[in-house]
Design a protein around this ligand. Sequence first.
Ligand code: UDP
Length: 320
Amino acid sequence: MHIVVTGASGFIGSHFCKKLIQEGHQVTGIDNFLTSSPKNIEDLLGENFTFIKYDVTQFVHVPGRVDGIVHLASPASPVDYLKHPIHTLKVGSLGTFHLLGLAKEKKARFLLASTSEIYGDPLVHPQIESYWGNVNPVGVRGVYDEAKRFGEAMAMAYKRTHGLDIKIVRIFNTYGPKMRINDGRVVTNFINQALLGENLTIYGTGKQTRSFCYVSDLVNGLYKLLLSEHQGPMNLGNPNEMTVMDLAKIIVKLTESSSKTVFHPLPEDDPKERKPDISLAKSVLNWEPVIPLEEGLTKTIPWIKNQIQNQTDPQKVSVQ
Ligand code: UDP
């Protein structure tokens, strides 16, 4: 197939493009590098991978046959979308609109990257696809949550109105090599801090929970979903839930660090607990994560170590 992937040079995008190429597909990657690095796709450029530097909040045209469109582009870390609130809203709304238009023109299947954030600070636990969520539309996180909710609504409208083949993946916390070390996320911050011997910054009490999925598991799920006949939303994530404090302890142990923890204020509207119900993915895709947390972190730590060593500007290493 010829697949167009937006956000191609991002963390998940670059892993996903690699998977598509390995599976024998032709890929056109699009990215504007707002929160991603061209380095992530350096090894992909070649016969089966074309790259276009472009901002999909503008009208999108791709020549020739297109069989599938995967819209991953968006700032996705809280630090990033708080820094780029309007662009986050635009890529989730206008970007999704342009790519749905392209899917309609090309009669291509469409996979929208949505997020566990559409459940907000959830009142149902674990989160199942039928739950409508608890989102603060005017809070600082609303720019991401509502953009993704709007994107889901628009994708479903295109399905109902134009009969498009629509898959929506609600991605839960994912980690692995190629994350930006200063993306402000908990896994990158903690590994970075542990390796540098700094205190690990626990926001709030550290009793809030998350469930972390290694990127290769996520990418395998995305691929299966793209190829499936499934329509509408599906959670993909690892149901192995833990507190942020327990994550800190595991990372200190794995890095053999002498770092301690320090408490910082909890960011506004930070969800108290999060865990995907993945029964749908299990039954429809026969998919579930296979990489345990310690193994995934052990694969991620050398990447962060390498990034720290390659930093020329020491300012860039410091985390938010
Ligand atoms: N967090 C933390 N210390 C950090 C970064 C994040 O305690 O240095 C917490 C954050 O408040 C949240 C959880 O870790 O409760 C996950 O944060 P992240 O930004 O990775 O993703 P989120 O799940 O909030 O989108």
